[in-house]
Every structure is written in C-alpha cells, then in structure tokens.
Write a protein that binds this ligand. Structure first.
Ligand code: GAP
Length: 514
C-alpha cells in the first residue's frame, strides 16, 4: 500500500513539474478537487479527445458529433431523474467529523478482501513454480473461494439495499463489517443520508426573477433533447449515434485521488439509438468496440477488466464499467449503459413533444432505445499518464525517469537540439523546426549538455529527439533518438518528417481497433 501511495505521489508531482496538471487557483491554496491543465497537459488532453472523436465520429458513418450548451432548461433534470435520484449515500464519523460515501466505505472493505485473494495467488505461485495453474487455484482453493463468496455477498447486499433505498441496512452493513473511520479509527457512525450531487446556479439579473439552473452533471442530456433535431437534419436512420465531448459538474463529497474524481471534469459520451429489443446485442457490441479502442493504445491488456454493475442507475437495464489499474487499484474508467427508452420517453412526457422515430422498415413510430458509452477525459488522462511514468535502471547503473506516453497522444512529438550553440547548428535546427511545425507540435532546446536535454525530453514524454551536429553541415543528416529504446540512428534531414509521421500518425494506432 505504501508503495502504491508512493507511486501515486510521484505521478502527481511529475504532472506538476513537467507542465501537465496543477491544482486550480494554487496561489490561493487551491480549490479542492478542481485542477488546471498546463502547457503539456492541455496538449495531451486535446490529443486524447481527438483520438476518441476520430474513432467514434470520423470512423463511423452512422455517428455524428454535437456541442450542446452546459446550461439546460431546468425541467431537463427533472425528466432525466437527476433532481430526484442523482444522490450519493453519505455517512459521517462522529469522532473525526469526516464525511464518506457509505458505498465507497463498503467497496474499500471488499477491495481489502480481494487483495487477500491476490496474496494467496502470489504465495501459491511461488510455492508451485512453473506448474502453477492460476485458474484452477482460483476455482478450487477453499480459502480463496471463501474470500470470493464473502466479497460477493457483501456487494450483493450493498446493491440490494441501495436499490431499495434501504439506508438503514447500509449503515447496519458498515457496522456488521466493523468498518472503522480511516482517520479516527473509530466505528462511531451517524445514519446514512442521501445528498444530491448537482451544482445549482441562477439565471437572471434580479433575485425575484431569477430561474434556478443546474450545471449539467452529464453531457448525455444535451444529446437526448437534440435527438430529433439531429435525426431529422441529418436524415439519420436507426441504428445511429450522437457523440459529444464537454464539461460536466458534480459536487463530489469524497473528492480525492487527484484528477480521478473532480468537481469540474470533462466527458466523452456517445448515445447510440436503436430499435427496442436489440439493446443487449448492441450493448455487447459496444463493450467489445470500446475495449478495442483502449487496447489500441498498447497500455497492457492485463490493466483492463469489465465490472458489471450490481446496482443499476435509475435509467439502465444493463451496465458495466471498463476498469483500469490505476496506481490505487482497479477503478472505473468508462461506463457502458443500456439506457432503454428511459430518457427519451421521460423527455416526451415532461416536454409534451413527441420524440419518436418513424421506422420505414417496420412502417411504425417508436421511441428508440439507447446504448451509451461514457468516458471521463480526465480519468483517461490519469490512466495514460500514470501508466506511462516509469523509472528505469540503465546498463551503466544510473536510472532515468521516462514518460512512455503512446506516441499518438504525446504533447510534443519531437525536440530539435543543436549539439552546440554555434557553428551554424542552431540555424539548421530552426530550419528543421520550420518544416516540422506544419505537421507536428515540436520544440527547440539548446540549453545544457545534450545528454541532459535527452533526459528532460524523456521525462516530458517526447517520443523523438533530433540532434543537429557538425556532420549535419557536411552531409545533411541528423541523429534521431527514440525515447523508449534510446536507440539512435543517422537519417537524412529530408526523412525526418516521414519517420516521425510513421510513429505518431493516428491511422497506424486506430487501425488496431479494426
Ligand atoms: N452519462 C452517464 C454518466 O455520466 P457516469 O458513470 O456517472 O455515467 C461516466 O460517468 C464517466 O465519467 C465515468 O466512467 C468517469 O470516467 C467520468 N466521471 C464521472 N464522475 C467523474 C468525476 N467526478 N471526476 C472525473 N471523472 C468523472
């Protein structure tokens, strides 16, 4: 655990030191759970959004993208169920006065039981060596089976109680499991209470005439209310999708873990409109497609898993999370939900406007069903950033810190370095930049010895360094250095652009999703 915390601390400080993420309004001691993306962070975030948009909108003939407003008519949130049901169950510890999400306390307890299973696996794998069969061990070892049963029965009960809004039983569960406050260590808990997560604000100049508004807690509703506008103007035929990237706001009470859980964040959502009755087929299809998108970035298959929901949100008939192994364990990165006709049906009721599709094949009108894919940009950023940060032992006994970002997402694709600041080398380096900048984000760096400059670019995540030296004056070649392998090659200046494009071009990466 200490090790995990240590790694996470390094991720946060590296993000600050190398121009990726800082706390918002830091000079005023910061604003809790709100963050700013600085120069490299803004580029990485933009590239993540582009990678998603291209995969979802540009690569699918039947998906279009929109950009709806953050402010929406207040009835939207009544219809969507957020006014009544977008709550977190909270519990306070009477001694530390700290507030927790009751479900998170229970889930953290279950994570500890699951960690015991991992320990048993590690011990057994050491004991049996080569002949160890993990699947057999997990399905037959009595101690492991006991832990599994315990974890499952706790989660089932939690799901049932939350579903039934039985908050008393959630408290009973916390007491029965003897969960203690991580701060005070005491088990002196208040009752569990629901707390709505939407931020309220006002529209209008005077207090009497002001309308109460909410900052949207998800981007999805901007898609639902525009369903007919987009379908009609685009003459779209079911099945089709509407995608959107935009800010969302939630008054998270347990706001911790850096950019994992924020109060202001960004979502990339796609609502896929389908014929009623086909939802499970499409739900499975989108699970597969979204997992392929993640795997295309090469961050390790073992770092992803599906986690089906026990407790379904008020709008869903099936739901799963794609979980990623963050520095603090496996946690939700993306949600895939079969939302039925809940949203469109409810907007029909509240607005009095028909939100139906005329199906020419069936010759009838219906309210389409929806399968949604929803991923947080910031969470994706954290997954990519934390997975890429490595400390490597080198052959000469030294270590290097390297940010092995997938090259397609890296903020800066190449740094151009004159070996020395004289003899015409800076001028050639600038000329190379003048050519590359039309296609890539590149930087010039002439300060310090070249070895130190390489390390600086490694730590910033730049996939290529292009070094101009005295040989360049003679034969118009440069050294290209690869961040991940540290391999260096001599290539013609004329070949630099293509060499970089081969590695960072979006086509090569997205091809892997096919
Ligand atoms: N429209 C469905 C929806 O909003 P959700 O599971 O509440 O579903 C979807 O959120 C995704 O948005 C999550 O998987 C996560 O990546 C991201 N997300 C949700 N709350 C967040 C928060 N407070 N901070 C950062 N990302 C968040």
């Amino acid at each position: 655990m200490a090790n995990q915390e240590d790694i996470f601390r390094k991720v946060i400080s590296h993000a600050k030191e190398y121009g990726y993420v800082v706390q918002s309004s830091e000079i005023y001691d910061g604003l809790s759970a709100v963050y700013d993306y600085t120069q490299n962070g803004a580029e990485l975030k933009k590239n993540i959004k582009e990678y998603w948009w291209k995969a979802m909108v540009q690569m699918h003939e039947n998906i279009v993208g929109i950009d709806a407003a953050i402010f929406m008519h207040p009835t939207t949130w009544k219809a969507s169920g957020h006014v009544d049901a977008f709550n977190d169950p909270l519990i306070d510890n009477k001694d530390s006065k700290k507030r927790y999400r009751a479900d998170v306390l229970v889930e953290d307890h279950v994570a500890k039981i699951e960690a015991k299973i991992d320990k048993e696996v590690q011990k057994a794998s050491k004991r049996f060596g080569e002949s160890f069969d993990k699947t057999q061990f997990l399905t037959t070892n009595p101690r492991v089976l006991g832990y599994q049963e315990k974890a499952q029965s706790i989660l089932k009960r939690l799901g049932r109680s939350l579903e039934a809004e039985d908050l008393e039983d959630v408290k009973n569960l916390i007491e029965e499991l003897e969960i203690a406050c991580p701060v005070s260590g005491s088990k002196n808990w208040t009752d569990v209470k629901q707390f709505n997560l939407m931020f309220g604000t006002k529209l209008g100049a005077s207090a009497e005439n002001a309308t109460d508004l909410y900052l949207r807690p998800e981007t999805a509703q901007g898609i639902f209310v525009n369903f007919l506008n987009v379908q009609k103007s685009g003459r779209l035929k079911i099945p089709f999708g509407i995608a959107q990237i935009g800010k969302a706001f939630r008054n998270e009470i347990v706001a911790r873990q850096f950019i994992f859980r924020m109060r202001e964040f960004e979502q990339m959502e796609m609502q896929f409109f389908i014929k009623p009755g086909t939802q499970i087929e499409w739900y499975e299809k989108w699970k597969e497609l979204r997992m392929k998108w993640h795997l295309s970035l090469g961050m390790g298959e073992e770092n992803y898993r599906f986690h089906d929901h026990e407790k379904l949100a008020h709008y869903a008939d099936a739901a799963t999370d794609i979980e990623f192994k963050f520095p603090f364990g496996f946690k939700e990165l993306e949600g895939i939900h079969s939302r039925t006709d809940f949203d469109l049906g409810s907007h029909e009721k509240y607005s009095g406007k028909k939100l139906q599709y005329f199906d020419p094949e069936l010759n009838q009108n219906y309210v389409p069903y929806v399968v949604e894919t929803s991923i947080g940009v910031d969470r994706m950023f954290l997954a990519v950033f934390s997975n890429s940060l490595k400390e490597e032992e080198l052959e000469n006994g030294t270590t290097r810190i390297v940010l092995k970002l997938p090259a397609v997402l890296a903020p800066t694709k190449a740094a151009v370095l004159p070996l020395v600041k004289k003899d015409g080398l800076p001028e050639i380096a600038h000329k190379i930049i003048d050519d590359l900048k039309w296609d890539f984000n590149v930087v010039y760096d002439e300060k310090d010895a070249v070895g130190r400059r390489y390390r600086r670019q490694d730590a910033a995540g730049t996939p290529f360094c292009i070094t101009v030296d005295h040989q360049t004056l003679e034969d118009e070649t440069v050294t290209i250095r690869y961040r991940d392998t540290m391999e260096q090659k001599r290539i013609a200046i004329g070949a630099v652009n293509e060499t970089i494009a081969d590695e960072v071009g979006i086509r090569k990466w997205l091809k892997k999703t096919e």
